[in-house]
Ligand binder design. Structure first.
Ligand SMILES: *[C@@H]1O[C@H](CO)[C@@H](O)[C@H](O)[C@H]1NC(C)=O
Ligand SMILES: [Cu+2]
Length: 221
């Protein structure tokens, strides 16, 4: 009985203790929760439906009530989660230029380009999981308003018995400076991820010797 109740409480804590990227650091400053990041309505739960529009910026996340922050092209930004990421899997960062304001943009269309992939390190296939992910906005992109999207794909429960989990959040940026390069390839979300992608279907506990992060190639200036 004792063991049974401990087992239940571990299950319960695993169900509730996922993680969510709530805070953006830009211009050297860590900002309040959901100030520049669209607030989602599913607490810290992941998205698992590869065909859902929720894959863009998470469930219930719209530009309403979210501020847009001015950042220079080429400058450093970070996403910080409420707790350190702990399910094994890759982290990717995408951007999409808004046709109007970032706040009004729903991220539809083949608009998303990837600016960062963090995969496992071999030999061993170890994942460097963190609470804060820091990277630079590309220096060559045109000034304008963008969505900046982080995605951690948790593949700790291997497909097809388990369903990979997408932990996603979007920040709203007004990029200043920059250049005139249109980065690509650009993909639509949903549509960019498939249950046939090796990086989605792989069993990381069995002969795990190489890994391809799902989605397009990382764009370079
Ligand atoms: C590992 O490499 C092989 C050979 O190129 C490829 O077929 C496979 O999909 C790769 N696995 C992953 C998980 O990327
Ligand atoms: Cu979890």
């Amino acid at each position: 009985m004792k063991i049974f109740s401990i087992g239940l409480s571990i299950l319960a804590s695993q169900a509730s203790a996922h993680y969510i990227f709530q805070q953006l650091t830009a211009n050297g400053q860590l900002n309040n929760i959901y100030r520049y990041i669209r607030e989602n309505s599913n607490y810290n739960s992941p998205v698992t439906d590869l065909a859902s529009n929720d894959l863009r910026c998470n469930v219930g996340a719209s530009g309403t009530g979210t501020d847009t922050i001015s950042v220079a092209a080429g400058s450093s930004v970070s996403f910080t989660a409420d707790i350190a990421v702990y399910h094994q899997g890759p982290v990717s960062v995408y951007m999409a230029e808004a046709p109007g304001t970032a706040a009004a943009f729903d991220g539809s269309g083949a608009v998303w380009f990837k600016i960062l992939d963090i995969g496992p390190v071999f030999p061993g296939g170890t994942w460097n999981l963190k609470q804060t992910y820091t990277f630079n906005i590309p220096g060559c992109i045109p000034a304008g308003q963008y969505l900046l999207r982080i995605q951690q794909l948790a593949i700790h429960n291997p497909w097809p018995a388990g369903i990979p989990q997408f932990y996603i959040e979007c920040a709203q940026l007004a990029v200043t400076g920059g250049g005139s390069k249109s980065l690509g390839p650009k993909v639509a979300i949903p549509g960019a991820f498939h249950d046939t992608d090796p990086g989605y279907t792989v069993n990381i506990y069995n002969n795990f010797n190489n890994y391809t992060v799902p989605g397009p190639a990382v764009a370079t200036c």
